[in-house]
Write a protein that binds this ligand. Structure first.
Ligand code: SF4
Ligand code: SF4
Length: 437
């Protein structure tokens, strides 16, 4: 679904029942009718009927862009209106009509097109954090002058000294294992690579411990941000390039620790369905993609024997839980670890508000959505907040730091128990393997 005009019959299926009000995060925090699936469908219907134009109404655009594309409404919708996909199609029409704003074009075309280009702003941010500039910016009020940029500065965790790709380049040997169970390609996403290298190291360690031969191809961004902002042509180009890179690995399966990358790769079949040269390969790839916990549970994994004495709860990333139906697998892994006490999180599938770059473009709304997640986490009393998506790790980690700051300043109820941290389930499995010797 790449254009609203192709989906007119879907838009008119909304029967205005309002069931979506109960689950839509943007409606829950704003109470605005046009910030819920019903309202968004009403606006899109006016566009389909020719009574509104997408380009002509800034308010309409804003309601389309405040949608998290979380898909929560689609689960409760009696006629099954795919509002998230319709909104994405409307955004694609908008981008085709007027192009992307300068900043978005720079970010999506200039920075997010390759790991090498992304390395430049990451290096500058590392310099900013480590040179004392951050201290100056935070203590002199400079951040207040930067408006939204200043507000979102706190989202970033400490940037590690090197990316996972750089660490792997220094590691000898590449793929290992004399008689591998299977050869798998580890699709390394931008966020894990640059912000959470230990997650990627745990994935490789766990896969190798379970007999897989792991290759780490030079893949590009999966293209999710390009799709979310309606730049379908750029998303298709990235998909074609990733197809070529992954085909070159000779791997039987493609594995990733990122819910969003997994979901996006699985949609390559739909994305390239009209491309006669790539449609078949894209459809084949879609069937080969596994999120790492999905793979381990599907094919079996070695019993973790080492104790990890902790309490943990689990947040369902939208792309994994609703998008791929993978909910039980990460919980199964967590429950299998000796010493680890699992506590269910209330509203575990409530979006964290990260939604790619939503926490930058709609910072205040994103924080209000995040606050409900953090309150639910606090209620579990668990110290570890696990999730299978690096973008969610980023947002939830921000929620914890934000809460710590507020607690130190004596503002409101602490959002978490002391020593709380975010973690990928595979990191705990890897820790258990290592503790078990
Ligand atoms: S639940 Fe579905 S049919 Fe009902 S108002 Fe919402 S989008 Fe429309
Ligand atoms: S996709 Fe999410 S934010 Fe968008 S309308 Fe549906 S529930 Fe609301």
């Amino acid at each position: 679904m790449k254009s609203l005009s192709q989906a007119a019959e879907q838009v008119v299926r909304c029967n205005k029942c309002g069931f979506c009000q109960e689950v839509c995060p943007t409606y829950k925090v704003t109470g605005q009718e046009f910030a819920v699936a019903r309202g968004r469908n009403r606006l899109m219907r006016l566009v389909v009927d020719g009574r509104l134009t997408l380009e002509g109404d800034p308010e309409l655009k804003e309601y389309l862009y405040t949608c998290l594309l979380c898909g929560a409404c689609t689960v409760v919708c009696p006629p099954g209106v795919p509002t998230d996909r319709l909104v994405a199609a409307a955004r694609a029409d908008l981008t085709r009509g007027r192009g992307l704003p300068f900043l978005y074009r720079t970010a999506l075309h200039g920075v997010l097109r390759s790991p090498r280009r992304l390395a430049v702003p990451i290096m500058l941010l590392r310099l900013y954090q480590n040179s004392g500039l951050r201290w100056v910016a935070r203590h002199t009020g400079l951040l207040n002058l930067l408006g939204t940029l200043g507000q979102v500065e706190g989202i970033l965790p400490g940037i590690p000294p090197s990316s996972l790709r750089a660490r792997l380049a220094a590691r000898a040997g590449g793929a290992r294992g004399a008689a591998p169970r299977k050869r798998v390609a580890y699709f390394l996403g931008c966020v894990t690579d640059n912000l959470f290298p230990p997650v990627g190291e745990a994935v490789i360690g766990v896969l190798e411990r379970n007999g897989y031969q792991v290759v780490v191809p030079e893949n590009l961004c999966c293209g999710v941000a390009h799709r979310a902002y309606g730049d379908v042509a750029a998303a298709e180009e990235l998909a074609r390039q990733n197809l070529a890179v992954l085909a070159g690995t000779g791997a039987e399966l493609v594995v990733t620790d990122c819910a969003t990358c997994a979901h996006t790769l699985r949609e390559y079949g739909d994305l390239l369905a009209d491309d006669p040269h790539h449609a078949a390969a894209a459809a084949e790839l879609s069937g080969k993609v596994r999120e790492v916990s999905q793979l381990l549970v599907e094919e079996g994994f070695a019993d973790p024997r080492g104790a990890v004495e902790e309490t943990v709860t689990y947040h369902d990333p939208c792309h994994l839980g609703r998008g791929m139906g993978v909910r039980a697998q990460p919980r199964q892994i967590l429950r299998s670890i000796p010493g680890l006490e699992f506590r269910e999180l209330p509203e575990a599938d409530w979006c964290c508000g990260g939604a790619g770059s939503y926490n930058v473009t709609h910072h205040e709304l994103s924080v209000r959505i995040l606050e409900r997640k953090m309150e639910n986490f606090r209620q579990t009393g668990a110290r570890l907040l696990a999730t299978s998506c690096p973008s969610c790790l980023l947002q939830l980690g921000f929620g914890l730091r934000r809460g710590e700051l507020a607690a130190r300043a004596g503002v409101g109820v602490p959002v978490a128990q002391s020593g709380a941290r975010v973690v990928h389930p595979v990191q705990l499995l890897w820790q258990s393997y290592r503790n078990g010797g």
